[in-house]
Write a protein that binds this ligand. Structure first.
Ligand code: LAN
Length: 660
């Protein structure tokens, strides 16, 4: 690494990457990018807008069709996410959505899809959320839907299975679902839906055994099979539905609707995620025929749309802007380029400053919300749900910018962020995503989705823990009073121990929100180093050995979503820029900082870089709930810069030391 020539190339590559980042910064200071990947979201949206009678303009609808056409797999089905295999769930929904958009049943793509779906038992074999959506459309009978009685919300809140204790994403989906289920919301039978009844089932619609199909599902869609406990519960819930009284139901649906209203207001009708966004809109369609709340919802729908190269689709969130911006800032600072990037950093700071959440949500306990004041969200303040690691990355970026920008964020706001982070730490020493875990891990056994894992409990995660530990260390090092420092030190030590306990025998950490071991390991290594573990400690040596053992002949690293599904390293054939960057950033913090594997990784990144400083699109790097991949469009340019930049800084430091 100490060659002049190599160093010059490296510096040039860093400068190019820095310039590219600058060129792509949005006027508001953030970085916009596609946050797509999941394929099942767009059809959910199309079904909902069809039901409420608020279609999109014809041009957008044509672009939706383009998205469907582009992502149909060669076997005729559609995948759960753009790089996956076909699912009955996605295939049936994409089929139905296109028919609702006017594509005829004899379209060759749809004909192939029908064959694929019918070979897998047709739409009676969809996982529960698929059947639920069809029931709303009057394309399935509610007898075939696993019961979601709203009365569950009226149970005592101390019960571990009370819905208020679910992971917030599941809770916020369960909420409108229970309303819609409770009133058996159903659209009128239109000619296209009548036609669909003859297209997507293996038997005549009237002859279907709806009740018997409740728990039936195509084998390829199942990742988390229903537990015995859930099967038992489902029997009880069916029994309850048979005797449910009107008065209690009305009380329950009133309760639920009030919760839906509050979520809408808290998030300015964006809602926590794409699914509860469309389900909440449907609630108002059925609850208030005047259409005002539906119209307000409808106005925020474009927040979720992204017009990409292959059509317009629905994103997994209303952007990843805050998250990306916090990382971009840290990448620039880590590359020693802060001095030449002041205007870019001032602008990024303005975005971070303007998007911190400054207050708790109204009447928060009644609406089962944790405090929010001082937190940072994933996208923007309008969305408003703060997240542990977004708060941590926001805080890290804000602290890094203190010495750079003219008007840094006030101390009290940093104090609020640190306070929130401390409050979120779970009993096991780790940090959850949005809320301190409200129920034991075994509640995961009540996951009814079949398709996704880990959706019931806000478990502790390696990434969230790592980000929070790092943020607390930087915050403490700014100077805090001794009593506070003691409390922070304790939290850091518990977080560090959680991370050490999570290291696998092979030396890696498994990531939950990025693919996969390279991601988890980068987070864990960074936090452990920040917490004072020496580079030559056993844990970090093992981590380095793990990474080196998975380096590809081209010098890079790459993983597929199979890593997440299987829990063992699944390599891509060729290196990927993002995963290579995570691996290089990890190794740079270990004894192997100055080694051939690192040099090969850096060469790989330099070789792949284009003349304008960017890197070409590649395998998808994000994931959720183990099975669904999600695109982080900005990661290549951020982590590419970060890895090259951190290496460049090291080289320069070495040269100073050696007096070169
Ligand atoms: C996200 C996006 C951001 C992500 C990080 C901040 C990167 C992560 O470190 C913590 C988890 C979090 C907040 C996260 C959780 C799951 C989300 C919300 C998503 C991946 C975006 C979409 C996904 C959501 C659950 C999609 C809806 C589908 C369901 C199965 C409920």
């Amino acid at each position: 690494m100490n060659h002049w020539a190599a160093q010059k190339d490296l510096s040039q590559a860093v400068d190019l990457a820095r310039r590219h980042l600058q060129d792509t910064q949005a006027p508001d200071g953030s970085w916009h990018g596609d946050y797509g990947g999941p394929v099942f979201l767009l059809p959910t949206l199309i079904v909902a807008t069809h039901i409420v009678g608020e279609p999109f303009d014809p041009e957008t609808e044509q672009d939706f069709i383009r998205f469907f056409k582009h992502h149909q797999n060669a076997d005729g089905g559609w995948p759960l996410h753009i790089q996956g295999e076909s699912y009955a769930y996605a295939t049936a929904l994409c089929y139905v959505a296109q028919r609702l958009l006017g594509v005829p049943a004899d379209d060759p793509g749809l004909e192939r899809a029908r064959v694929w779906l019918l070979e897998r038992g047709g739409a009676a074999n969809l996982p529960p959320w698929g059947k639920f959506l069809l029931a709303l459309l009057n394309l399935y009978d509610y007898d075939g839907v696993m019961p979601v009685p709203p009365e569950l919300w009226l149970l005592p809140t101390w019960l571990p299975a009370h819905p208020s204790r679910f992971w917030c994403h599941s809770r916020m989906i369960f909420l409108p679902m229970s309303y819609l289920y409770g009133i058996r919301a159903q659209a009128p039978l239109t000619p296209v839906v009548r036609a669909l009844r003859d297209e997507i089932f293996c038997e005549p619609y009237e002859a279907l055994d709806f009740r018997g199909s409740q728990m039936q599902c195509a084998a390829g869609d199942i990742y988390a099979p229903l537990s015995r406990g859930y099967r038992l519960l489902n029997g009880l819930l069916n029994g309850y539905e048979a005797i449910a009284g009107e008065r209690l139901r009305a009380r329950a649906t009133d309760f639920v609707l009030d919760q839906v209203r509050q979520e809408d207001e808290n998030t300015n009708n964006i809602c926590i995620g794409p699914i509860n966004k469309v389900l909440n809109m449907l609630c108002w369609h059925f609850a208030e025929p005047d259409g005002k709340r539906v119209a307000a919802h409808r106005r925020q729908l474009p927040e979720y749309l992204w017009k990409g190269e292959h059509g317009t689709h629905m994103q997994g969130y209303n952007s990843s802007r805050l998250w990306d911006t916090a990382f971009a800032v840290q990448a620039i600072c880590a590359s020693g380029r802060a001095g030449t990037a002041k205007p870019m950093l001032e602008l990024a700071h303005a975005y971070i400053e303007a998007n911190q959440v400054l207050e708790d949500t109204p009447d928060r306990e009644r609406y089962f919300r944790d405090p929010s004041q001082g937190g940072w969200p994933f996208s923007n303040r309008t969305h408003g749900w703060p997240i542990s690691d977004c708060t941590a990355e926001g805080l890290k970026a804000a602290i890094a910018l203190r010495a750079i920008v003219d008007e840094p964020i006030h101390d009290e706001r940093l104090d609020d962020a640190a306070e929130l982070i401390l409050g979120w730490q779970n009993a096991d020493g780790g940090w959850p995503t949005y809320e301190k875990a409200r129920t034991p891990s075994w509640m995961e056994a009540l996951n009814p989705s079949l398709v996704f894992a880990d959706i019931m409990v806000d478990h502790s995660y390696v990434e969230c823990t790592s980000a929070c530990v790092q943020a607390l260390i930087r915050y403490r090092d700014q100077g805090v009073d001794p009593a506070r420092a003691q409390c922070i030190d304790k939290a850091i030590a518990r977080g560090r121990d959680f991370l050490l306990a999570r290291q696998r025998d092979d030396g890696a950490w498994m990531g939950a929100w990025g693919i996969c071991f390279t991601y988890g390991t980068w987070f864990a290594v960074s936090a452990l180093r920040a917490a004072g573990l020496p580079a030559d400690s056993a844990a970090l040596r093992r981590a380095a050995a793990f990474l080196v053992s998975h380096q590809l002949p081209d010098g890079g690293w790459g993983e597929t979503i199979e890593s997440c599904r299987r829990g063992t390293y699944a390599s891509t054939p060729e290196g990927q820029v993002v995963m290579t960057s995570w691996a290089v950033l990890s190794l740079l913090q270990t004894e192997m900082a100055d080694s051939e594997p690192v040099r090969a990784g850096l060469r790989f990144l330099q070789d792949r870089q284009r003349a304008d400083g960017s890197w070409p699109d590649e395998a998808i790097a994000g994931v959720f709930n183990r099975t669904c991949a999600i695109t982080y469009d900005n990661y290549r340019k951020i982590f590419g810069l970060w890895a090259l930049g951190a290496a460049d800084v090291r080289v320069n430091a070495d040269m100073t030391v050696q007096g070169l």
